[in-house]
Design a protein around this ligand. Structure first.
Ligand SMILES: [Zn+2]
Length: 423
Protein backbone atom coordinates (compact mmCIF):
# COMPACT_ATOMS: atom_id res chain seq x y z
CA UNK A 1 0.00 0.00 0.00
CA UNK A 2 1.20 3.44 -0.84
CA UNK A 3 0.47 6.50 1.23
CA UNK A 4 -1.98 8.74 -0.51
CA UNK A 5 -1.42 12.47 -0.51
CA UNK A 6 -4.28 12.74 1.89
CA UNK A 7 -2.52 10.32 4.20
CA UNK A 8 0.67 12.33 4.12
CA UNK A 9 -1.24 15.48 4.89
CA UNK A 10 -3.10 14.01 7.82
CA UNK A 11 0.19 12.68 9.13
CA UNK A 12 1.72 16.13 8.96
CA UNK A 13 -1.14 17.71 10.79
CA UNK A 14 -0.73 15.04 13.40
CA UNK A 15 2.88 15.96 13.84
CA UNK A 16 2.14 19.63 13.98
CA UNK A 17 0.22 18.97 17.13
CA UNK A 18 3.47 17.62 18.45
CA UNK A 19 5.22 20.77 17.37
CA UNK A 20 3.08 22.76 19.72
CA UNK A 21 4.19 20.44 22.47
CA UNK A 22 7.77 20.79 21.52
CA UNK A 23 7.75 24.55 21.46
CA UNK A 24 6.06 24.56 24.84
CA UNK A 25 8.94 22.52 26.14
CA UNK A 26 11.46 24.80 24.50
CA UNK A 27 9.85 27.84 26.02
CA UNK A 28 10.88 26.60 29.44
CA UNK A 29 14.48 26.46 28.30
CA UNK A 30 17.04 28.47 30.17
CA UNK A 31 20.75 27.85 30.18
CA UNK A 32 22.26 24.60 29.10
CA UNK A 33 20.13 21.64 28.16
CA UNK A 34 23.02 19.23 27.74
CA UNK A 35 22.79 16.15 29.84
CA UNK A 36 26.50 16.67 30.26
CA UNK A 37 27.18 20.31 30.93
CA UNK A 38 30.12 22.21 29.53
CA UNK A 39 31.35 22.86 25.98
CA UNK A 40 28.79 25.62 25.47
CA UNK A 41 31.17 28.51 26.06
CA UNK A 42 31.68 30.32 22.78
CA UNK A 43 35.30 30.83 21.78
CA UNK A 44 36.81 33.86 20.08
CA UNK A 45 35.24 34.71 16.71
CA UNK A 46 37.45 33.60 13.83
CA UNK A 47 38.11 35.99 10.91
CA UNK A 48 36.18 33.76 8.47
CA UNK A 49 33.13 34.05 10.71
CA UNK A 50 33.49 37.84 10.84
CA UNK A 51 33.13 37.97 7.02
CA UNK A 52 29.89 36.00 7.34
CA UNK A 53 28.41 38.22 10.04
CA UNK A 54 25.78 39.76 7.73
CA UNK A 55 24.58 36.25 6.86
CA UNK A 56 24.20 35.11 10.46
CA UNK A 57 20.54 36.06 10.50
CA UNK A 58 18.58 35.75 13.72
CA UNK A 59 14.95 36.08 14.74
CA UNK A 60 13.31 37.81 17.65
CA UNK A 61 13.47 36.17 21.06
CA UNK A 62 9.80 35.17 20.82
CA UNK A 63 10.67 32.55 18.19
CA UNK A 64 10.83 29.25 20.07
CA UNK A 65 12.93 27.22 17.69
CA UNK A 66 14.64 29.59 15.28
CA UNK A 67 16.55 29.03 12.05
CA UNK A 68 18.97 31.77 13.08
CA UNK A 69 22.69 31.39 13.66
CA UNK A 70 24.02 30.75 16.22
CA UNK A 71 21.59 28.26 17.73
CA UNK A 72 20.58 29.37 21.23
CA UNK A 73 21.88 27.47 24.26
CA UNK A 74 19.91 24.55 25.65
CA UNK A 75 20.22 22.09 22.78
CA UNK A 76 22.67 19.24 22.36
CA UNK A 77 25.97 20.18 20.70
CA UNK A 78 25.96 18.94 17.11
CA UNK A 79 29.67 18.35 16.46
CA UNK A 80 32.21 16.02 18.01
CA UNK A 81 31.21 12.93 19.93
CA UNK A 82 27.61 12.74 21.13
CA UNK A 83 26.51 9.85 23.32
CA UNK A 84 22.89 8.83 22.75
CA UNK A 85 21.26 6.74 25.46
CA UNK A 86 18.67 4.35 24.04
CA UNK A 87 16.09 2.79 26.31
CA UNK A 88 13.52 0.36 24.95
CA UNK A 89 10.35 0.52 27.01
CA UNK A 90 7.17 -1.57 27.10
CA UNK A 91 3.96 -1.73 29.11
CA UNK A 92 1.69 -4.34 30.63
CA UNK A 93 -1.00 -3.49 28.05
CA UNK A 94 1.61 -3.41 25.24
CA UNK A 95 4.25 -6.00 26.06
CA UNK A 96 7.37 -5.86 23.90
CA UNK A 97 7.18 -8.15 20.89
CA UNK A 98 10.49 -9.74 19.99
CA UNK A 99 13.71 -8.66 21.63
CA UNK A 100 14.39 -5.12 22.78
CA UNK A 101 17.62 -5.15 20.78
CA UNK A 102 15.60 -5.91 17.65
CA UNK A 103 13.78 -2.63 18.22
CA UNK A 104 17.18 -0.93 18.68
CA UNK A 105 18.24 -2.58 15.41
CA UNK A 106 15.43 -0.84 13.52
CA UNK A 107 17.30 2.45 14.03
CA UNK A 108 20.96 1.49 14.30
CA UNK A 109 23.45 1.54 12.78
CA UNK A 110 21.48 3.48 10.12
CA UNK A 111 20.93 6.61 12.24
CA UNK A 112 24.61 6.83 13.15
CA UNK A 113 25.53 6.35 9.50
CA UNK A 114 23.06 9.03 8.39
CA UNK A 115 24.60 11.56 10.77
CA UNK A 116 28.17 10.61 9.80
CA UNK A 117 27.36 11.05 6.11
CA UNK A 118 25.35 14.24 6.47
CA UNK A 119 27.92 15.88 8.77
CA UNK A 120 30.96 14.76 6.69
CA UNK A 121 32.18 13.02 9.83
CA UNK A 122 31.91 16.13 12.02
CA UNK A 123 29.27 14.49 14.23
CA UNK A 124 30.34 11.24 15.84
CA UNK A 125 26.96 9.93 17.01
CA UNK A 126 27.41 7.03 19.43
CA UNK A 127 24.23 5.04 20.05
CA UNK A 128 24.42 3.10 23.31
CA UNK A 129 22.04 0.60 24.85
CA UNK A 130 23.30 -0.28 28.34
CA UNK A 131 20.06 -2.17 29.09
CA UNK A 132 19.45 -4.82 26.46
CA UNK A 133 15.98 -5.91 27.52
CA UNK A 134 12.59 -4.21 27.54
CA UNK A 135 12.22 -1.81 30.43
CA UNK A 136 8.72 -2.45 31.77
CA UNK A 137 6.89 0.68 32.89
CA UNK A 138 4.93 0.43 36.15
CA UNK A 139 1.68 1.64 34.61
CA UNK A 140 -0.15 0.56 31.45
CA UNK A 141 0.42 2.68 28.35
CA UNK A 142 -3.12 3.99 28.46
CA UNK A 143 -2.53 5.43 31.96
CA UNK A 144 0.04 7.97 30.74
CA UNK A 145 -2.37 9.73 28.38
CA UNK A 146 0.24 9.99 25.61
CA UNK A 147 -1.97 11.03 22.78
CA UNK A 148 -1.18 13.11 19.77
CA UNK A 149 -0.14 16.55 20.92
CA UNK A 150 0.14 15.52 24.58
CA UNK A 151 2.14 18.12 26.51
CA UNK A 152 5.16 17.28 28.67
CA UNK A 153 2.98 17.58 31.77
CA UNK A 154 1.69 15.43 33.22
CA UNK A 155 1.98 12.31 31.02
CA UNK A 156 5.52 12.60 29.71
CA UNK A 157 6.85 13.83 33.02
CA UNK A 158 5.39 10.75 34.70
CA UNK A 159 6.78 8.48 31.99
CA UNK A 160 10.27 10.01 32.21
CA UNK A 161 10.21 9.70 35.99
CA UNK A 162 9.23 6.05 35.68
CA UNK A 163 11.92 5.44 33.05
CA UNK A 164 14.54 7.01 35.33
CA UNK A 165 13.39 4.91 38.29
CA UNK A 166 13.53 1.71 36.24
CA UNK A 167 16.86 2.40 34.52
CA UNK A 168 18.79 4.22 37.23
CA UNK A 169 20.29 1.13 38.92
CA UNK A 170 22.00 0.23 35.64
CA UNK A 171 22.49 3.60 33.91
CA UNK A 172 24.64 6.60 34.75
CA UNK A 173 22.65 9.35 33.02
CA UNK A 174 25.57 11.80 33.30
CA UNK A 175 27.38 9.89 30.56
CA UNK A 176 24.87 10.83 27.87
CA UNK A 177 24.02 13.89 25.79
CA UNK A 178 20.54 12.88 24.68
CA UNK A 179 17.92 10.23 25.35
CA UNK A 180 16.03 8.10 22.84
CA UNK A 181 13.00 6.30 24.21
CA UNK A 182 12.25 3.54 21.70
CA UNK A 183 8.74 2.54 22.63
CA UNK A 184 7.50 -0.93 21.77
CA UNK A 185 5.75 -0.49 18.39
CA UNK A 186 2.49 -2.02 19.57
CA UNK A 187 1.88 0.81 22.08
CA UNK A 188 -0.45 3.43 20.67
CA UNK A 189 -1.82 3.90 17.16
CA UNK A 190 -0.14 3.00 13.88
CA UNK A 191 2.07 5.77 12.45
CA UNK A 192 -0.09 5.53 9.33
CA UNK A 193 -2.92 7.03 11.36
CA UNK A 194 -1.20 9.22 13.91
CA UNK A 195 2.48 9.95 14.35
CA UNK A 196 3.07 10.18 18.09
CA UNK A 197 6.85 10.45 17.82
CA UNK A 198 7.97 13.65 19.47
CA UNK A 199 11.00 15.42 20.90
CA UNK A 200 11.26 17.63 23.94
CA UNK A 201 14.33 19.78 23.42
CA UNK A 202 16.07 22.20 25.74
CA UNK A 203 13.59 21.44 28.52
CA UNK A 204 15.59 22.16 31.69
CA UNK A 205 12.42 21.67 33.71
CA UNK A 206 12.59 17.95 32.86
CA UNK A 207 13.01 15.32 35.59
CA UNK A 208 16.53 14.98 37.01
CA UNK A 209 18.53 11.77 36.77
CA UNK A 210 21.92 11.39 38.44
CA UNK A 211 21.93 15.14 38.97
CA UNK A 212 21.27 16.16 35.33
CA UNK A 213 17.95 17.14 33.75
CA UNK A 214 16.79 14.92 30.88
CA UNK A 215 16.41 18.04 28.76
CA UNK A 216 16.73 16.56 25.29
CA UNK A 217 14.70 13.44 24.69
CA UNK A 218 13.12 11.85 21.62
CA UNK A 219 10.22 9.41 21.90
CA UNK A 220 9.71 7.03 18.98
CA UNK A 221 6.45 5.12 18.52
CA UNK A 222 5.06 2.63 16.04
CA UNK A 223 6.82 2.05 12.72
CA UNK A 224 6.89 4.42 9.76
CA UNK A 225 5.91 1.61 7.44
CA UNK A 226 3.73 2.50 4.47
CA UNK A 227 3.64 -1.09 3.24
CA UNK A 228 5.70 -0.31 0.12
CA UNK A 229 8.39 -2.71 1.30
CA UNK A 230 10.90 0.02 2.13
CA UNK A 231 10.67 -0.11 5.93
CA UNK A 232 14.01 -1.88 6.41
CA UNK A 233 15.75 0.88 4.42
CA UNK A 234 13.77 3.98 5.38
CA UNK A 235 11.86 3.30 8.61
CA UNK A 236 14.72 4.55 10.81
CA UNK A 237 14.46 8.08 9.41
CA UNK A 238 12.07 9.34 12.06
CA UNK A 239 14.97 9.17 14.53
CA UNK A 240 17.46 11.47 12.75
CA UNK A 241 14.49 13.84 12.29
CA UNK A 242 13.60 13.79 15.99
CA UNK A 243 17.23 13.94 17.12
CA UNK A 244 17.83 16.94 14.86
CA UNK A 245 15.29 18.77 17.04
CA UNK A 246 17.59 18.13 20.00
CA UNK A 247 20.31 19.91 17.97
CA UNK A 248 17.96 22.89 17.54
CA UNK A 249 16.49 22.38 14.06
CA UNK A 250 12.82 23.34 13.54
CA UNK A 251 10.15 21.49 11.56
CA UNK A 252 9.92 22.64 7.94
CA UNK A 253 6.58 21.06 7.12
CA UNK A 254 3.52 23.16 7.81
CA UNK A 255 -0.15 22.58 8.42
CA UNK A 256 -0.50 22.21 4.64
CA UNK A 257 2.10 19.42 4.53
CA UNK A 258 5.56 19.27 2.97
CA UNK A 259 5.00 21.60 0.01
CA UNK A 260 7.17 24.45 1.35
CA UNK A 261 10.40 22.46 1.17
CA UNK A 262 9.44 19.07 -0.29
CA UNK A 263 11.92 16.24 0.13
CA UNK A 264 14.97 18.53 0.29
CA UNK A 265 15.40 18.25 4.07
CA UNK A 266 14.68 15.55 6.62
CA UNK A 267 13.01 18.20 8.81
CA UNK A 268 10.43 18.55 6.01
CA UNK A 269 9.92 14.87 5.15
CA UNK A 270 11.18 11.90 7.14
CA UNK A 271 9.08 9.26 5.39
CA UNK A 272 10.17 7.73 2.11
CA UNK A 273 13.57 7.57 0.46
CA UNK A 274 16.65 8.94 2.17
CA UNK A 275 17.21 12.67 2.04
CA UNK A 276 19.75 15.08 3.46
CA UNK A 277 19.59 18.41 5.26
CA UNK A 278 19.71 21.76 3.52
CA UNK A 279 23.13 23.44 3.46
CA UNK A 280 21.72 26.15 5.73
CA UNK A 281 21.04 23.55 8.39
CA UNK A 282 24.50 22.06 7.93
CA UNK A 283 26.11 25.45 8.50
CA UNK A 284 23.86 26.05 11.51
CA UNK A 285 24.92 22.69 12.98
CA UNK A 286 28.63 23.36 12.39
CA UNK A 287 28.93 20.65 9.73
CA UNK A 288 30.04 23.19 7.13
CA UNK A 289 33.14 25.21 7.93
CA UNK A 290 32.79 28.97 7.57
CA UNK A 291 35.24 28.71 4.63
CA UNK A 292 32.61 26.64 2.76
CA UNK A 293 30.06 29.46 2.94
CA UNK A 294 30.01 32.69 0.90
CA UNK A 295 28.04 35.70 2.07
CA UNK A 296 26.82 38.09 -0.62
CA UNK A 297 26.12 41.19 1.43
CA UNK A 298 27.28 44.02 -0.87
CA UNK A 299 25.87 45.37 -4.11
CA UNK A 300 27.17 44.21 -7.45
CA UNK A 301 27.66 41.02 -9.42
CA UNK A 302 29.75 38.08 -8.32
CA UNK A 303 30.27 34.46 -9.38
CA UNK A 304 30.65 31.33 -7.28
CA UNK A 305 31.37 27.67 -7.88
CA UNK A 306 29.26 25.31 -5.77
CA UNK A 307 30.22 21.68 -5.18
CA UNK A 308 27.60 18.92 -4.61
CA UNK A 309 26.22 19.04 -1.08
CA UNK A 310 26.42 15.27 -0.74
CA UNK A 311 30.19 15.21 -1.25
CA UNK A 312 32.77 16.46 1.26
CA UNK A 313 34.84 19.58 0.56
CA UNK A 314 34.43 22.78 -1.42
CA UNK A 315 31.93 25.61 -1.28
CA UNK A 316 28.46 24.39 -0.30
CA UNK A 317 26.39 27.48 0.47
CA UNK A 318 26.00 30.96 -0.99
CA UNK A 319 23.76 33.15 1.15
CA UNK A 320 22.27 36.50 0.16
CA UNK A 321 20.89 38.30 3.22
CA UNK A 322 17.95 40.65 2.63
CA UNK A 323 17.65 41.79 6.25
CA UNK A 324 19.08 40.86 9.63
CA UNK A 325 16.37 38.20 9.82
CA UNK A 326 16.03 36.67 6.36
CA UNK A 327 17.82 35.86 3.14
CA UNK A 328 18.15 33.57 0.13
CA UNK A 329 20.31 30.47 0.09
CA UNK A 330 21.82 28.64 -2.89
CA UNK A 331 23.21 25.12 -2.90
CA UNK A 332 23.95 22.31 -5.34
CA UNK A 333 21.97 19.09 -4.86
CA UNK A 334 22.88 15.90 -6.71
CA UNK A 335 22.35 12.19 -6.14
CA UNK A 336 25.11 11.78 -3.55
CA UNK A 337 25.47 11.16 0.16
CA UNK A 338 22.07 10.88 1.83
CA UNK A 339 20.16 12.17 -1.23
CA UNK A 340 18.80 8.94 -2.70
CA UNK A 341 16.08 10.07 -5.10
CA UNK A 342 17.48 13.15 -6.78
CA UNK A 343 15.93 13.32 -10.24
CA UNK A 344 17.05 16.77 -11.33
CA UNK A 345 20.54 17.67 -10.03
CA UNK A 346 20.94 21.42 -9.91
CA UNK A 347 20.91 24.59 -7.86
CA UNK A 348 18.32 24.81 -5.13
CA UNK A 349 17.16 28.32 -4.18
CA UNK A 350 15.32 28.91 -0.93
CA UNK A 351 14.38 31.63 1.48
CA UNK A 352 15.31 31.33 5.15
CA UNK A 353 13.36 33.42 7.64
CA UNK A 354 14.65 33.33 11.21
CA UNK A 355 11.56 35.18 12.41
CA UNK A 356 9.23 32.33 11.41
CA UNK A 357 8.81 29.59 13.96
CA UNK A 358 8.95 25.81 13.69
CA UNK A 359 6.00 24.39 11.75
CA UNK A 360 5.05 27.79 10.32
CA UNK A 361 7.32 27.62 7.27
CA UNK A 362 10.70 29.10 8.28
CA UNK A 363 12.14 27.91 4.95
CA UNK A 364 10.52 28.08 1.51
CA UNK A 365 12.09 26.45 -1.52
CA UNK A 366 11.58 28.29 -4.80
CA UNK A 367 10.25 25.86 -7.43
CA UNK A 368 12.06 26.31 -10.76
CA UNK A 369 9.30 24.33 -12.53
CA UNK A 370 6.03 25.30 -10.88
CA UNK A 371 3.01 23.08 -11.55
CA UNK A 372 5.14 20.50 -13.38
CA UNK A 373 4.11 17.59 -11.18
CA UNK A 374 7.76 16.90 -10.36
CA UNK A 375 10.13 14.21 -11.52
CA UNK A 376 9.80 11.48 -8.88
CA UNK A 377 7.10 9.00 -8.09
CA UNK A 378 8.86 7.52 -5.06
CA UNK A 379 6.40 6.73 -2.29
CA UNK A 380 6.05 9.40 0.41
CA UNK A 381 8.10 11.95 -1.52
CA UNK A 382 6.42 15.31 -2.15
CA UNK A 383 6.32 15.16 -5.95
CA UNK A 384 5.82 18.72 -7.15
CA UNK A 385 8.97 20.08 -5.48
CA UNK A 386 11.22 17.22 -6.59
CA UNK A 387 12.28 19.14 -9.74
CA UNK A 388 12.61 22.50 -7.99
CA UNK A 389 16.28 22.92 -8.94
CA UNK A 390 17.63 25.45 -11.44
CA UNK A 391 19.78 24.21 -14.34
CA UNK A 392 22.39 26.07 -16.47
CA UNK A 393 20.68 28.89 -18.37
CA UNK A 394 17.90 29.33 -15.81
CA UNK A 395 17.55 32.34 -13.55
CA UNK A 396 15.81 33.15 -10.32
CA UNK A 397 14.68 36.72 -9.68
CA UNK A 398 13.24 38.06 -6.46
CA UNK A 399 11.00 40.90 -7.62
CA UNK A 400 10.98 42.57 -4.21
CA UNK A 401 14.73 42.90 -3.70
CA UNK A 402 15.91 42.66 -7.30
CA UNK A 403 18.27 39.82 -6.44
CA UNK A 404 19.04 37.75 -9.55
CA UNK A 405 20.65 34.32 -9.51
CA UNK A 406 21.73 32.82 -12.83
CA UNK A 407 23.07 29.31 -13.17
CA UNK A 408 25.96 29.63 -15.64
CA UNK A 409 27.32 26.15 -16.26
CA UNK A 410 28.34 22.75 -14.96
CA UNK A 411 31.99 21.68 -15.13
CA UNK A 412 33.41 18.23 -15.83
CA UNK A 413 33.62 17.45 -12.10
CA UNK A 414 29.90 18.14 -11.66
CA UNK A 415 30.32 21.53 -9.93
CA UNK A 416 27.98 24.36 -10.90
CA UNK A 417 28.86 28.01 -11.42
CA UNK A 418 26.31 30.67 -10.41
CA UNK A 419 26.18 34.43 -10.82
CA UNK A 420 24.53 36.56 -8.17
CA UNK A 421 23.49 40.17 -8.70
CA UNK A 422 22.14 42.44 -6.02
CA UNK A 423 21.32 46.08 -6.46
ZN1 LIG B 1 9.63 17.28 13.95
Amino acid sequence: MQLSRRRIRSRRVASLASVAVLTLAVSTSAGTGHLITGSTTPGPVAPAREALRACMIHGSSSVQMPEGIPTPAGYVRSTGTVHALNLMVDFSDAPGQGGAMDRFGEFFPQTRKWFTTSSYGRLDYRPEAPIQHWLRMPKPFSAYGLERGAPFDPGYRRLVQDIVAAADPEVDFRRYDLLNVLVTPNAGPSALDTVLSVTFAGNTDAPIADGVPLSNASFIYSRQDDGSGSYARTGYRVLPHENSHTFGLPDLYTQEGGAAVGHWDIMSEDWGADNDLLAWHKWKLGWLADSQVSCVSTRGTSEYTLTPLGLAGGRKLVFVPISSRAGFALELRTRAGNDATMCRPGILVYRVDADVDTGNGPITVHDAQPDSGGCTHSPNVQGEMSDATFLPGQSFTDPKTGIVVTVLDRDDSGNFRVRVTRR
